[in-house]
Ligand binder design. Structure first.
Ligand SMILES: Nc1nc2c(ncn2[C@@H]2O[C@H](COP(=O)(O)OP(=O)(O)O)[C@@H](O)[C@H]2O)c(=O)[nH]1
Ligand SMILES: [Mg+2]
Length: 403
């Protein structure tokens, strides 16, 4: 798809320019009358800007707009990726305007603005399209697959994994497969790859040690308070808390405040020996939640401390959760997960989902680490803003719009 803007004194002239350059198949996507503002009024009169496009990749014109609409029943909402039709009068592609239309200037302006937004989206799609040229050539249902590809990449899924999924499903389809078929297949693949979430499991007659590790500020302490509350209120578990985050006084105080509110005991541990003492002290408890300091990859001592602490507890008596913020850049998430992988296995908690619309990184990091997903948090409210990750909802968000 080639999309270009043409300016001329009149609409007809602008259209002629477009046809000259893009050929007779060029379609008009948007027409705008531009009145120069401020000082430019003195030098320029109003002119017309049209946006025209021609499809240079697909030989058969994918004219049927409705083919791109996802059937209601799937519940998916694809972002608009509409191929405009020059016969669609709502696009203003007519040569002559009636007097009423001219009077209704604000309504038209509104319409054009929203078209502009769609157009910008399309331009973005075009860039994504170029990246996936190869994919397109081999695809049996190139348009549908392309559409799904664009959507997943727009939601920040790594192209590597998007290709992997699409390669897995494509071959199974005949040429006449509907977008609904393909979509539900991709949806199922995503859910399968996200896997079964795992959350805190209690032991029969022993205290389970649950460690929370991860960078500073991602929400470890807040998440511990949320989980503690859930275990206490919903599961009637006897909860205790420890913290080894002794680098900042405020961090200790923060956990102490939550412990007081929840009415659970809390202790500060400085050494490996102290964790053993605390385990002895809380041996009649069901679960001991352990807060840790955000480990700096530069600080070797800090890293060794966490490693020692975790490995002082038998694997079957412990669970380790790596807490990550969904707002962290993909590159940084890769670096963080890799550095924690050096010291332990873990499950993944994603926090701050309320602060981002893209859930692609959840999928990416799941694929990269092959760790189990567990909880997501979506706000600062303790204890409400947490739940076990809903993989169906995540898959829908990946395939759907950003709302
Ligand atoms: N918006 C949002 N903020 C969160 C969420 N979880 C934690 N926070 C906030 O992030 C900040 C750091 O949280 P904290 O638990 O101290 O992080 P820690 O350093 O990893 O222990 C605090 O202001 C929290 O209220 C969440 O799910 N959404
Ligand atoms: Mg903390």
């Amino acid at each position: 798809m080639i999309i270009k803007k043409f300016q001329a004194d009149t609409e007809t002239e602008a259209i002629m320019l477009a046809k000259e350059e893009l050929g007779k198949d060029a379609i008009v996507m948007n027409i705008k009358t531009i009145s120069p503002k401020g000082i430019y009024k003195l030098f320029r009169k109003a002119f017309v800007e049209i946006t025209a496009a021609v499809d240079d990749t697909v030989t058969q014109q994918p004219a049927a707009k409705k083919e791109f609409t996802v059937p209601e029943k799937t519940g998916f909402k694809l972002n608009p990726n509409i191929i405009y039709d020059k016969n669609d009068s709502s696009l203003g592609g007519k040569e002559k305007k009636t007097a009423e239309e001219k009077n209704d200037a604000t309504a038209i302006e509104k319409k054009l603005n929203s078209l502009q937004e769609l157009l910008e989206k399309q331009l973005k799609d075009k860039q994504l399209e170029e990246k996936s040229e190869e994919k397109k050539k081999e695809g049996k249902n190139p348009i549908y697959v392309q559409l799904i590809y664009n959507q997943l990449v727009r939601n920040e899924m790594d192209e590597k994994y998007v290709n992997q999924i699409l390669n897995e499903i494509e071959n199974k389809f005949k040429k006449d497969a509907s977008i609904d078929d393909i979509l539900s297949n991709v949806y199922q693949k995503i859910i399968l790859k996200l896997g079964q979430p795992q959350t805190v499991e209690l032991l029969d007659n022993k205290a389970k040690l649950v460690f929370f590790i991860g960078p500073t500020g991602v929400g470890k302490t807040t998440t511990i308070a949320k989980i503690a509350s859930g275990l206490k209120l919903n599961r009637k578990a006897k909860v205790a808390m420890l913290t080894s985050d002794t680098y900042r006084i405020a961090a200790v105080e923060q956990l102490r405040i939550y412990a007081n509110i929840l009415g659970v005991p809390m202790k500060v541990i400085y050494t490996e020996d102290e964790i053993n003492e605390a385990r002895e002290e809380f041996k009649d408890h069901d679960v001991i939640l352990v807060d840790t300091a955000g480990r700096s990859h530069k600080n070797r001592g800090q890293r060794d401390d966490i490693e020692k602490l975790i490995h002082s507890v038998n694997e079957e008596d412990r669970e380790v959760y790596l807490v990550l913020s969904a707002t962290t850049k993909y590159k940084d998430l890769i670096r963080i997960t890799e550095s924690y992988s050096e010291i332990t296995n873990y499950r993944l908690i994603f926090t701050k989902l309320d602060e981002t619309i893209s859930v692609g990184n959840i999928f990416n990091i799941k694929m990269l680490t092959n760790a189990d997903l567990s909880y997501t948090t979506y706000g600062q409210n303790v204890p409400d803003d947490i739940s076990k990750i809903d993989t169906q909802e995540t898959a829908k968000k990946l395939l759907g719009g950003n709302d």
